[in-house]
Design a protein around this ligand. Structure first.
Ligand code: ADP
Ligand code: MG
Length: 519
């Protein structure tokens, strides 16, 4: 049989909706519909005993079996377990993400045949821990994750493709600055990108991992619940199934208010009912602070990129929540420009990921790349050190945020006491001067140092940070043969054995990928 070419597949693993795209025969990205015929799959998982249901049907179950439904596992990535037990069991959030990936994979494979290699996107603001968890989710789903790329970068690549910048003849001759404003269901991301020729460079990035459409839904739910309490002295939020139904209802009304000036929400609970009439204006009033949070971050990011609005060529709207008129209005006021909605708010990220996958596959076939991506890191990376003067713990930054990647950085520290036998290297990520307020992303220990090492012996620490946001740390103690190389192991990470166990459980692929091991 002739060997099938490997398809270029990109996956947008969203907080609330996910999508999968491939590059078609003409080189264009297209979204592949799921088994239900939809382009978007809700990132929602229902556990009913050993049966795991993903997507629309899991959303429906929120009305009757809310306790067994996992919403937004992406928000919990980096934690040891999903925040609630499901059908009496604790799951790591990456395992729940893996079931979502598996559904996307299986549904797509029915149309295009089996595949393993994919590119998955993550919010630019995701830290090291969450990136690794995303890669692990792909592994558990039986995929081979060729790369993880930032969602806004993916959106910009999709935009660049649409504008023809990826073709030799269409290459952007003048550099263009694009601000990508991505407001999804659970996360907000803003990135300033420069497109120069076929080079896509992120200049600055920021965001909020806990801000998205769901916060707007929640405001509506609270409004209805308060009305209910006022009329009936009962709180419908006490029953998880009623909350599930109310949430679906509020999300729907929110979408209605993107198209219409008014809508109404009904809620019944324990034989009582209320109906709340709502105008778009009122909705905008009760959510203004949320819009303002995105405004503030957008302004800061532009500043971090060293640009003014006059230097921004396009404001690209991405993410389902960017469809709310209040977002467009805010951006028009802020930037003085009409935002660009030429790429599909829902599909751009998956399309960019597929274009990236095509690039990687072409490179492995020895073909010249059609475009290049350069990223910046979204958080400062450093170590917990002791200030020699104050003797207090202090964050020593090796790579400041918004540094172009890849980057290697070096800094020399000193041992504290004479005759020190081990050194603990504690790697932190974040902007606080106190390492305890940063995110702890890993630690390693240099042991068995030779005796009688003098105090103040230099320790050289090197960081190597790759484009995909993964970090390697090297430690060398001067005058000794002590060298350590450490690929970040997360504090909360699953061991390779656990990963294999989940991979087998979720995707049926045996550890080692070879023949099954003997019992
Ligand atoms: P994510 O990437 O976080 O999964 P998406 O970009 O798919 O999210 O956006 C999903 C969010 O967009 C949901 O909160 C959804 O309610 C919201 N959304 C989608 N369409 C509209 C609309 N027309 N008006 C308002 N909100 C919308
Ligand atoms: Mg998204």
């Amino acid at each position: 049989m002739p060997k099938q070419p490997v398809p270029a597949i990109g996956i947008d693993l969203g907080t609330t909706y996910s999508a999968i795209a491939k590059i078609d025969d003409t080189g264009r990205p297209i979204t592949l519909p799921n088994g239900e015929g939809d382009l978007l799959t809700p990132s929602v998982v229902l556990f009913e005993g050993t049966n795991v249901v993903v997507g629309k049907e899991a959303v429906k179950a929120l009305v009757t079996e809310a306790e067994d439904v996992a919403l937004c596992p992406k928000r919990d990535l980096g934690n040891r377990a999903y925040h609630k037990a499901l059908h009496g069991r604790q799951y790591p959030p990456e395992a729940i993400e893996a079931w979502i990936l598996k559904k996307l994979k299986d549904d797509a494979a029915k149309q295009i045949g089996d595949f393993q290699q994919v590119v998955i996107t993550v919010p630019a603001y995701f830290d090291e821990v969450r990136r690794k968890a995303t890669q692990d989710a792909g592994y558990m789903a039986g995929l081979e994750v060729m790369d993880i790329i930032n969602e806004p970068t993916a959106a910009a690549v999709a935009f660049g493709f649409r504008e023809g910048f990826l073709n030799a003849e269409g290459i952007a001759t003048e550099p263009k600055n694009i601000l990508v404003y991505d407001l999804g269901g659970g996360t907000f991301d803003v990135t300033v990108m420069e497109i120069r020729g076929n080079q896509f460079t992120a200049l600055a990035t920021d965001g909020d991992v806990r801000l998205g459409g769901q916060d707007w839904d929640q405001r509506l739910m609270d409004l209805v619940a308060e009305e209910f309490i006022r009329h009936h002295r009962l709180d419908p939020r006490d029953d998880p199934n009623v909350v599930g139904r109310l949430w679906r209802e509020c999300e729907d009304v929110k979408r209605t208010l993107s198209a219409r000036a008014k809508a109404s929400i009904a809620c019944d609970f324990r034989g009582q009912a209320v109906r709340v009439e709502l105008t778009r204006q009122k909705f905008e009033e009760i959510t203004r602070d949320l819009v303002d949070r995105t405004l503030f971050t957008t302004r800061q990011t532009l500043q971090a990129a060293g640009l003014a609005w006059a230097n921004v060529d396009r404001v690209l709207l991405v993410g389902g929540s960017s469809r709310m008129p209040m977002i467009r209005d805010m951006l028009v006021k802020l930037s003085g420009k009409e935002p660009d909605t030429s790429v599909s708010a829902d599909e751009a990220v998956a399309h960019g990921a597929a274009l990236r996958a095509a690039l990687i596959l072409a490179r492995s076939n020895g073909e010249p790349p059609r475009f290049h991506i350069r990223n910046v890191n979204s958080h400062s990376l450093g170590l917990a050190a002791i200030d020699p003067q104050t003797k207090r713990k202090r964050t020593a930054v090796l790579i400041p945020r918004n540094t172009p990647l890849p980057i290697a950085a070096k800094r020399t520290f000193k041992t504290e006491k004479a005759n020190q036998r081990s050194i603990l290297v504690q790697i932190v990520e974040g902007e606080s001067a106190s390492p305890d307020d940063c995110s702890q992303i890993g630690r390693c220990t240099v042991r068995d140092l030779p005796p009688n090492l003098p105090a103040q012996t230099p320790i050289e620490v090197r960081f190597r940070y790759l484009e995909n946001g993964r970090l390697t740390v090297n430690v060398e103690v001067e005058g000794t043969n002590k060298k350590l190389q450490h690929e970040i192991a997360r504090e909360n990470s699953l061991s390779p054995e656990q990963l294999d166990m989940w991979r087998q459980y979720i995707s049926g692929i045996a550890p080692g990928a070879g023949p099954k091991s003997q019992e």
